[in-house]
Design a protein around this ligand. Structure first.
Ligand code: AMP
Length: 290
């Protein structure tokens, strides 16, 4: 596996591969890799001849009170996991390589970023889309793979690519969960024993909504109440539980395409999760914890 750190080298490698007729897949991450990230690598490998994985903890998307400084970082372990999974090129730029100057121009994410995560984390999606746009310009992939675990982010990236004519395909991969239902997240590393148990309230609440919908309930308010009853568990501070469509608009009636999005704080750790009602949590990928 090739290890690159500068945008110039990264772009040169990608262009050389494409000049040889090979397609390039790309998986952007903030590192602390887990099976969720590695599933995206598998997806990219199925679709393209060469796979690039980037590790960059993007300061632009963290609020001043958020966990940028303590976000888990372990490049040696990430390098090993990426190599074992068949990544061809690991791109790990540092802050100066990505932002030689404080960027003045940023991507304006528009109204899809005003709700849910965007309402709780002002400026977050402008930071995300700006770094994703930069990375896509550096790597110039044919296919970029994102996780549905971050549903609003995935929808915004897809919309940015369409609205701004990025010449690539955005693929969205299912959520990877531990066997008990907890969605994998680098931030799970912050959870202590009791908190790890409390965190199960998110997937339980999603399941409760899904079951109620399967039993015939389609009123979003009723479904929301059902989920909230489960989410309000000891040690859990709910942020939101909403039923939305792909534009992140609240739905008037829940159907198979409706997405239940959820966020809660467990102590100082904020977790998010979601389920597409017609697919269900059972259709996500389950793995034993790493
Ligand atoms: P992050 O490193 O958390 O910024 O995530 C990098 C990519 O991995 C994003 O596209 C995420 O949506 C995706 N991802 C994170 N957790 C999971 C998961 N549990 N299952 C699938 N994809 C995930």
């Amino acid at each position: 596996m090739l290890d690159l750190t500068t945008p110039k080298d990264m772009r040169a490698w990608s262009r050389a591969e494409r000049a040889r007729g090979r397609s390039v897949g790309f998986v952007p991450t903030m590192g602390a890799l887990h099976e969720g990230h590695l599933l995206l690598v598998d997806r990219a490998k199925q679709r393209t001849d060469r796979v690039v994985l980037s590790v960059f903890v993007n300061p632009l998307q963290f609020g001043p009170q958020e966990d940028f400084a303590k976000y888990p970082r372990d490049v040696a372990r990430d390098t090993q996991l990426a190599a074992e999974r068949g990544v061809d090129c690991l791109f790990v730029p540092d802050g100066t390589a990505m932002y030689p100057e404080q960027p003045l121009v940023r991507v304006a994410p528009g109204p899809m970023a005003d709700t849910l995560e965007g309402a709780v984390r002002p400026g977050h999606f402008a930071g995300v889309l700006t770094v994703v746009a930069k990375l896509l310009h550096i790597v110039e992939p044919d296919v970029a793979v994102f996780g549905r675990k971050d549903f609003q982010q995935a929808m915004l990236v897809r919309r940015m690519a369409a609205d701004l004519d990025f010449p690539l395909e955005v693929e969205i991969a299912p959520t990877v969960r531990e066997l008990d239902g907890l969605a994998l997240s680098s931030r799970n590393a912050y959870l202590g024993g009791d908190q790890r148990r409390s965190a199960l309230a998110l997937s339980r609440a999603l399941r409760a909504v899904e079951q109620a919908w399967r039993s015939g309930e389609a009123d979003p308010k009723t479904l929301q109440r059902r989920g909230m009853d489960v989410l309000r568990a000891p040690g859990v501070a709910p942020d939101y539980l909403e039923l939305v469509d792909e534009q992140l608009h609240p739905v008037r009636r829940a159907d198979a395409r409706t997405v239940v999005v959820i966020a809660a704080r467990i102590g100082a750790t904020r977790l998010i999760d979601n389920v597409v009602l017609g697919e269900g949590i059972a259709s996500d990928v389950a793995v034993r914890g790493m």
